[in-house]
Design a protein around this ligand. Structure first.
Ligand code: ATP
Length: 279
């Protein structure tokens, strides 16, 4: 079985509170991109094998896909194994849910392979055990992720927009970003305003409410984030923001030629520059 595993960006990201268990309650507008990994899965007599064509991602037990396969086999009490191969196109450690979406693709593929036919709610609850972005990646599209990020509410579609992704070569561990977030000092984006603009079919009004509170941490340590945002805006992006905890910056463009010209500009300085679109 072969599944496309779509990347995501956060069109808006708010952190509401720090919980007693150390996690955070969030409100995130999640959006799938056409950019995807391809995940192949086939039955074997026993054991779980995971390989990936990227050296940046672990094979075997360290791969998020392995954890997803283990949970599905255990949940179904299945007496079989699975061989998984991942063709990686999504930049790694980028804030684009590259690992989470592979995990979700494995859950979808194995739901079919094992004939389990679990409903969406069951699949999302299995996904939540794999990682906090995994439940969104089960169905993708445009959605609100709330609670610790594992509760999903489908939203009206944001529509098809051209997106430029630029990932600067810096490593931003997500736990470090949350640890350094000063909840008392952040300006919260208007998530309700985003959703009501989306319900009116007004994507531009929705974007006017957007913000990513995690930018306050990542961009103050790495000025390159703000630099990429302003270069994108100068080159025709109608909106530019960091995705997730970073470091990838995305820009939304009206014109493909502007996005492609901007991509050519950024490719002079960065290896990971991709033109894609929202789906
Ligand atoms: P998110 O946006 O959900 O925070 P991310 O895009 O920042 O995720 P990932 O690309 O998912 O980060 O990688 C996070 C870590 O997971 C890396 O250290 C990577 O080696 C590891 N990993 C394990 N399995 C995978 C996979 N299938 N694809 C990508 N990374 C994986």
């Amino acid at each position: 079985m072969t599944e496309n595993a779509y990347a995501k960006i956060n069109l808006s990201l708010d952190v509401v509170r720090r919980r007693d268990d150390g996690y955070h309650d969030v409100n995130m507008i999640m959006q799938s991109l056409e950019l995807h990994d391809t995940v192949h899965a086939e039955f074997t007599d026993g054991g779980i094998e995971v390989t990936c064509d990227s050296g940046a991602v672990p094979n075997g037990e360290g791969n998020i896909a392995y954890r997803a396969a283990r949970l599905m086999i255990d949940k179904c009490g299945a007496d079989c194994g699975v061989r998984i191969h991942i063709e990686k196109r999504i930049p790694v450690c980028a804030g684009l849910a590259g690992g989470s979406t592979d995990g979700a693709a494995v859950i979808r593929a194995m739901n079919g392979l094992l004939g389990a036919d679990f409903d969406a709610e069951t699949l999302e609850s299995i996904a939540a055990k794999v990682g906090s972005d995994v439940p969104f990646c089960i169905n993708g599209g445009t959605a609100l992720a709330f609670g610790t990020g594992t509760d999903i509410k489908k939203l009206p579609p944001f529509g098809n927009h051209i997106v430029l992704l630029v990932k600067p070569p810096i490593d931003v561990p997500t736990p470090w970003v949350y640890k350094n977030l000063n909840l008392g000092a952040i300006v919260h984006p208007d998530i309700d305003g985003f959703i009501s603009a989306l319900s009116r079919g007004d994507a531009d009004a929705a974007l006017a409410t957007s913000g990513n509170v995690l930018e306050s941490v990542t961009a103050s340590k790495y000025p390159i984030i703000e630099k990429i945002k302003s270069e994108m805006t100068n080159r025709g992006a109608k909106f530019a923001m960091m995705s997730g905890s970073g470091p990838t910056v995305f820009g939304i463009f009206e014109k493909t030629t502007d996005a492609e010209n901007a991509a050519r500009f950024f490719k002079k300085s960065f290896d990971e520059v991709i033109v894609t679109k929202t789906v």
